[in-house]
Design a protein around this ligand. Structure first.
Ligand code: NAD
Ligand code: ZN
Length: 367
């Protein structure tokens, strides 16, 4: 069995991300090596029936006492009510400072369980077992945890680094194709940010990633390396961690306009359109060769992702609505917007002070 280790060197909170097919089989020993006596496993109703018994069995075989907390699937689970449920279940299970909360699921479960671990007893250790491509390449890395508030997404949370991340790429075999594609937008994003070689590798190998070949493990590991490198440089997002938002200013606006209705648009689809728009906008501003923007669009299209505003189911709204949605995004200061733009594939940069008029002219050309 091939195993790739991606270290996240964050001083005394350093931890490893392990990537491999079938990793969950040896998860018991790896988690037990952290020295806990008990673990509360948090999962959702889709993932639990598929994988919880394998994980519970593996931990119990190592002598850990386990408790399973199963929540409804979906973004609505990142709520105060679920947080209360998880915290109470963790306390009920007598999880102490040396013990563990284990998140078995996608980004929803990872963010929620991680936040519960951050606040229960003022912080217990936690382990991520991400089960979606998005969570394996993005949300399980970096230590951001949290829930949604009536005021917006992810507004209540904490930085809490995991003690270990186990990314078993075989778990993605049961992921719905649409979720797989959505996660892939984030994989391509890492190449577009600062690694043209990785983007070219993705163009040549994306089918292996989807089919579950060794390319999938390689893509997950490379994405984790890329994100970990940014996080180690800028753990609390005061500087260039913002590069990870490439494609997200437009993407978040589209999610808002589609009312966060996953039947219309899931996050990664918004990001795919956002990536294509970021490159076309860069070309529009004369910063990026148009051929690079075309290459981005061609690759995302090949992978089955949307790249045009006209592909938003139910419509993308008017230019005014799009601008208003972007202005609400936290990346706005005094009328001007901050975008992540690119001088080419793998050459992205933070561009503060982009005038709304320029954005309007560009969007007029897109709609
Ligand atoms: P998700 O957790 O909702 O999972 C998507 C769907 O797939 C769910 O229905 C889930 O039950 C199902 N599923 C998960 N694993 C499966 C498997 N192996 N087989 C079959 N079905 C499976 O969504 P997501 O895309 O993983 O995560 C989105 C969340 O991540 C958002 O809340 C977002 O805010 C958050 N996020 C956090 C960070 C961060 O840095 N913390 C970064 C990016 C995104
Ligand atoms: Zn994203």
């Amino acid at each position: 069995q091939r195993l790739i280790t991606v270290p996240v060197p964050l001083g005394e909170r350093a931890y490893d991300i392990l990537v491999g097919r079938g990793l969950i089989g040896s998860a018991g020993a790896r988690i037990a090596a952290l020295g806990a006596r008990a673990a509360a496993i948090v999962t959702d109703e889709h993932v639990g029936p598929l994988y919880a018994s394998a994980l519970t069995g593996a931990l119990e075989a190592q002598g850990l006492r386990t408790t399973l907390v199963v929540l409804p699937p979906g973004e609505a689970t990142k709520s105060y009510a679920s947080l209360e449920r998880v915290c109470d279940a963790v306390l009920e299970a007598r999880i102490e400072r040396g013990d563990l909360v284990v998140a078995l699921g996608g980004g929803v479960i990872g963010d929620l369980a991680g936040f519960a671990a951050a606040v229960v007893r003022r912080g217990v250790r936690f382990v991520q077992v991400p089960t979606t491509l998005l969570s394996q390449v993005d949300s399980s890395v970096g230590g951001k945890t949290g829930i949604n508030s009536r005021h917006g997404k992810n507004l209540v949370g904490a930085f809490h680094q995991p003690s270990l991340v186990l990314a078993d790429t075989a778990l993605l075999d049961t992921l719905p194709a649409r979720e797989m594609r959505a996660g892939y937008a984030e994989v391509a994003k890492y190449g577009l940010i600062d690694d043209a070689r990785f983007f070219a590798w993705c163009e040549a190998n994306w089918q292996g990633i989807f089919a579950g070949g060794p390319e999938r493990d390689e893509a997950v590991a490379q994405s984790c390396r890329a994100k970990a490198a940014v996080v180690v440089r800028d753990e609390h997002e005061t500087g260039d961690r913002a590069l990870l938002n490439l494609g997200h200013t437009f993407g978040h606006a589209l999610e808002k306009i589609t009312a966060y209705d996953s039947a219309r648009l899931v996050h990664g689809e918004g990001v795919a359109i956002g990536l294509a728009l970021a490159f076309r906008f860069s070309a529009f501003l004369g910063l990026c060769p148009p051929g690079d923007a075309e290459r981005v669009e061609a690759h995302l299209t090949a992978a089955g992702l949307p790249t045009r505003l006209s592909q938003v189911p139910g419509g993308c709204g008017t230019v005014d609505e799009l601008l208003a949605a972007m202005a609400q995004d936290k990346k706005v200061k005094g009328g001007a917007l901050t975008f992540i733009l690119a001088r080419g594939i793998g050459r992205s940069f933070i561009a503060p002070g982009i005038e709304a008029g320029k954005v309007r002219a560009f969007l007029d050309s897109e709609i």
